[in-house]
Write a protein that binds this ligand. Structure first.
Ligand SMILES: [Ca+2]
Length: 343
């Protein structure tokens, strides 16, 4: 072998060895960054992340159950939809209304009412998962309000990701959800928020109860990257109402039915009333439990929420899902069937 050919062979061997080492290093980097903590990173589009989920999903509920009677229907309906929804925790949301002027008092009322509904639904197993939410509303759009609910949500969400998110059904003011986002912005990759609140795009304003109670929180949620499904109130959820004739037949079916139907009839003004009462919050649960079976929805660009409580077009807004219609008869039929299914 000539000296030149020996040098050539050494050079070739070196090139092969270096190439091999670079390839091994590149593959190592790929697997380390591609599989964070053993979980593969999945690149999903917003449309995929906002699609109605196939199969059973994990869910938490943030509810101002002390304010109205619709939260009680929504929570018990969600718990009875166990073929689709696995409830992991229930959070008490703050509210203020014409008889409750302090958000902490509202949150405490919600806490008591949640425990009452869980007992009526024979879900003692969930009593330990109930957490108190915020005692005050967001002071501004940058400062979270800490609470047991927020800590629990942030911690629980760590077991989820974009491909398998935790669904957060929020049926009150968005204080707790916004606080979780401000506490840990990374949560936006781990949860999907389904919120009953605001009014429809066609309505003259969006000065709705849940939004109005914490405007800063709603602004945080709409402007953050968190995936959002909105069930608007006036113009959409308002179509999901009940009459005495709808709820009276469930009286006697079980203790839960006696409570919610009895309260509804009282609030309607008695058995002879011909009024309608809207069960707003049920519509948010309906999208998650049945998707297109109960709701018509579309992907839209999220608007900004203006200081005058109107939607403002935002060409840079994220993509969100907007529920534009609710199929009352199909949803009412499923709701009544499930309420009666309790022992
Ligand atoms: Ca509510």
């Amino acid at each position: 072998m000539s000296e030149n050919s020996r040098k050539f062979n050494i050079f070739t061997s070196l090139v092969i060895a270096v190439t091999f080492l670079i390839t091994v290093a590149a593959l190592t980097v790929f697997f380390i960054t591609g599989k964070a903590g053993g979980r593969e990173k999945v690149r999903l589009t917003e449309a995929e992340r906002l699609a109605w989920p196939e199969g059973k999903v994990d869910v938490v509920v943030d509810t101002d159950a002390g304010a109205e009677i619709d939260d009680q229907y929504a929570l018990s309906y969600l718990l009875a939809s166990s073929e689709k929804l696995d409830c992991k925790a229930v959070y008490a949301a703050p509210f203020t209304d014409n008889v409750t002027t302090d958000p902490e008092q509202g949150m405490e009322k919600s806490y008591d009412e949640i425990n009452k509904i869980l007992s009526l639904c024979s879900r003692g197993d969930l009593l330990g998962s109930v957490r108190k939410g915020a005692k005050e509303y967001l002071p501004d759009e940058k400062t979270p309000v800490s609470s047991e609910a927020v800590s629990h949500l942030v911690s629980l969400s760590e077991g989820y990701d974009k491909a398998k998110p935790l669904y957060v059904v929020a049926i009150g003011a968005l204080t707790d959800v916004a606080s979780a986002i401000l506490t840990d912005p990374g949560i936006c990759d781990r949860i999907v928020v389904v919120w009953l609140g605001g009014h429809s795009k066609e309505w003259e304003n969006t000065a709705e109860f849940n939004l109005r109670n914490d405007v800063a929180a709603a602004k945080v949620v709409f402007s953050s990257p968190v995936m959002l499904v909105q069930a608007p109130c006036n113009g959409v959820a308002s179509g999901f109402y009940v009459t005495v004739g709808d709820v009276k037949p469930v009286l006697g079916a079980n203790a839960l039915c006696d409570y919610v139907a009895g309260e509804t009839i009282t609030r309607l003004g008695g058995e002879d009333s011909e009024k309608k009462r809207v069960l707003w919050d049920v519509t948010a649960v309906a999208w998650l439990s049945g998707g297109a079976e109960y709701c018509e929805s579309a992907l839209v660009r999220a608007p900004k929420i203006g200081d005058s409580l109107t939607y403002e077009d935002d060409e840079n807004g994220k993509i969100m899902r907007y529920i534009g219609a609710v199929y009352r008869e199909a949803l009412l039929d499923d709701l009544i069937t499930k309420l009666k299914s309790y022992d």
